[in-house]
Design a binder for this molecule. Sequence first.
Ligand code: HEC
Length: 149
Amino acid sequence: MIRARRFAPAVAIAGVAGAALLAIRGPAAPDLTRGASLYAEQCASCHGAALEGQAEWRNPDPDGSLRAPPHDDSGHTWHHGDRLLFDYVRLGGAETLRRMDVGGVVSGMPAFGDILSDAEIRDVLAFIRSSWSPEMRAFQAARTEDEDR
Ligand code: HEC
């Protein structure tokens, strides 16, 4: 009994530390490693292994469809809030643009809703976000806040 009592505080401290760690990491914290490998598997073929986008991405293809833009600072992914980015990946470009009433754009961005879970989409987006400079991140965080208003 004496022994057990002596150990009790240590156990209690370990328990509190464990709970604190869980609170910091949280179940919803994105997994950047998984995001990076999903990006390589699912996105890099069009958006580039180093997030650089397709060559000449600012010029549409001869059929009028847009080319895959970079996801790094040189593109415009950071112009969009989290909700739009999530929808773009889950629903694809055509459906997202249709819902936004944007016409006249042919989007070659496929829908990943049947391929990636919501958590996986968030991980890929977190990986993309992790490539941005602090300025781009701050800009995009403000866009995300605007979306929630
Ligand atoms: C088959 C080629 C292809 C694949 C694979 C692909 N994309 Fe795209 N994506 C495009 C094209 C083309 C566009 C540009 C058209 C548009 O904006 O609607 C685009 C646009 C986007 C956009 C919106 C434009 C912006 O500002 O960044 C996001 C976000 C995006 N892709 C994310 C992803 C993610 C994440 C993956 C992997 C899960 C992925 N894409 C896989 C072709 C692709």
